[in-house]
Design a protein around this ligand. Structure first.
Ligand code: UDX
Ligand code: UDX
Ligand code: ADP
Length: 471
């Protein structure tokens, strides 16, 4: 029969584990939730008296304020939390491998394996182990093998796959009212019981009909598939934006028109300078790697093209900036507004801004960067990682981090909008114009600003998915 869950442990206090389990704690006051992480600084931040949490996410602080110390705890004592829990979420990081077999494509499962082995070593009672990180298909199977090989008498492990579909920036509202919760299990009686136990946790706030239960492998593949199809929509619209720029069609009008088809739907059709984030590229490359391992090269090539189109979109945008600025940006100052991979997050993983700035650096431009949420340390870390051959001192000769959009635009030749932060719409564009060299250019990589309004002020505005001749 299904176990009634009263103690949950979450391994990994990152972008996924933190918000997800904080919301579970909020919605299930009868369950004790302990989120553990090896990273002391991260745990300290989650525990900070003034709620200076390690990640920025609208609404998160309120959730943590309500639940922390009541039935929500953050700790580095991984073993204790494992031992006490009846259900364990594994939400550790699964970056793309940087070396070895599948480098650049396959997921690095080292952290998942280490966490799984820790559970096997420490557990003295039965556990339901839930795979929450995005992982390649059949990871649950490997986790099961490790756990079973290490199980003790009266100590059984049931594995579930429960992928998280939250998007950063809207994590809390996504968790409060998810489109669906997906739980995959083995179809054995024990598997079905474990699935029911987790389902009861979510039933505290998610309507029954939104909790889908499927097989383990369907669940794992569905996560990769959902991200691949979302990314594919963006690459499709971005491919069309190139046609618009060359022909005089307007990508916003095209998106609007096709989105009215109920079979297509209006969401996720915003042309941009390219998608970023920790998931889309990683998951597609995972799918490519999986397809190749299964000897399905045509399938691999199909999905790979989604990532290639994204790279092309970023390159194309940088080139358009250079072309428009009379074919050279050497020594010119360019203000890059936004560094996060999307608005309402401080996360910079795979952000298009990193690629753009790197392109501007190699054209020998001077770059001013401003982002309302990303710390200077993070920006330097990302730029350093993008150009491993230059020293930080050299990077800092070309790049300056500014405290406001207005400051970043001072004495610049061009403004590049890389992230769709709302505040960029509300800056005093008259003042920006007054402080810039003339002609003053704006490149809107996010279809954010009212181009007509800026043209009236005097700017030359270039927008994704609109021809430059509209100048
Ligand atoms: C299509 C468009 O739907 C329509 O809007 C446009 O005006 C003309 O082209 P049509 O070709 O008549 O219409 O039929 P449609 O229902 O779109 O099916 C096209 C093909 O796709 C069929 O062979 C259908 O069997 C196949 N299909 C459709 C699938 O294989 N899977 C699906 O989920 C949907
Ligand atoms: C994504 C999925 O949406 C989420 O379900 C999954 O759990 C994790 O991956 P996330 O990466 O946090 O979430 O953000 P998302 O809103 O999907 O945006 C990803 C990237 O696509 C961003 O760079 C965003 O700016 C870009 N994007 C999104 C577009 O360029 N155009 C769009 O229409 C939508
Ligand atoms: P995600 O976006 O998937 O949540 P993050 O990198 O934000 O990824 O978070 C993953 C967290 O998991 C990190 O804070 C990392 O320190 C933690 N972690 C990785 N391996 C272990 C482990 N074996 N035990 C505890 N925490 C771990």
């Amino acid at each position: 029969a299904p176990v009634k869950v009263t103690k949950i442990c979450c391994i990994g206090a990152g972008y996924v584990g933190g918000p997800t389990c904080a919301v579970i704690a909020l919605k299930c006051p009868h369950i004790t939730v302990t989120i553990v992480d090896l990273n002391q600084a991260r745990v300290d931040a989650w525990n900070s008296p003034d709620f200076a949490l390690p990640i920025y996410e609208p609404g998160l602080e309120e959730v943590v304020r309500k639940a922390r110390g009541r039935n929500l705890f953050f700790s580095t004592n991984v073993d204790k939390a494992i031992e006490e829990a009846d259900l364990i979420f594994v939400s550790v990081n699964t970056p793309t491998k940087k070396s070895g077999v599948g480098a650049g494509f396959a997921a690095d499962l080292n952290y998942v394996e280490l966490a799984t082995r820790r559970i096997a070593t420490v557990a003295t009672s039965s556990k339901i182990v839930v795979e929450k990180s995005t992982v390649p298909c059949r990871t649950a199977e490997s986790m099961r093998t490790i756990l079973e090989a290490n199980s003790k008498p009266n100590c059984r492990f049931d594995i579930l796959s429960n992928p998280e579909f939250l998007a950063e920036g809207t994590a809390i509202s996504d968790l409060f009212s998810p489109d669906r919760v997906l739980i995959g299990s083995l179809q054995s009686q024990e598997g079905i019981d474990a699935c029911e136990s987790l389902k009861q946790v979510y039933s505290n706030w998610v309507p029954q009909e939104r909790i889908l239960t499927v097989g383990l492998w369907s669940s794992e593949l569905s996560k990769l598939a959902a991200n691949a199809m979302l990314a594919q929509r963006i690459s499709s619209i971005n491919a069309l934006s190139a046609i618009c720029e060359a022909t005089g069609a307007n990508i916003d009008e095209v998106s609007h028109a096709i989105g009215y088809d109920s079979r297509i739907g209006p969401k996720f059709l915003k042309a941009s300078v390219g998608f970023g984030g920790s998931c889309f590229q990683k998951d597609i490359l995972n799918l490519v790697y999986l397809s190749e391992s299964l000897h399905l090269p045509e399938v691999a090539a199909y999905w790979r093209q989604v990532v290639e189109m994204n790279e092309y979109q970023k390159r194309r945008f940088s080139k358009r900036v250079v072309d428009t600025l009379f074919n050279t940006i050497t020594g010119k100052r360019i203000a890059v507004l936004g560094f996060a991979f999307k608005a309402d997050t401080g996360d910079t993983r795979e952000s298009a801004a990193i690629t753009l700035i790197k392109d501007f650096q190699s054209e020998k431009a001077l770059v001013n960067v401003y982002d309302p949420q990303v710390s200077a340390d993070q920006i330097w870390l990302d730029l350093q990682e993008a150009s491993p051959l230059s020293s930080l001192e050299n990077i800092q000769k070309q790049v300056h981090i500014c405290g406001s959009a207005l400051e970043a635009c001072k004495n610049a030749e061009a403004v590049v909008i890389a992230t769709e932060w709302k505040e960029f719409n509300n800056i005093d564009w008259e003042a920006v114009y007054a402080g810039m060299n003339k002609p003053a250019f704006v490149f809107d990589g996010r279809l954010l600003v009212d181009a007509e309004k800026l043209r009236k002020i005097g700017f030359t505005v270039t927008t994704i998915g609109r021809p430059s001749s509209v100048l």
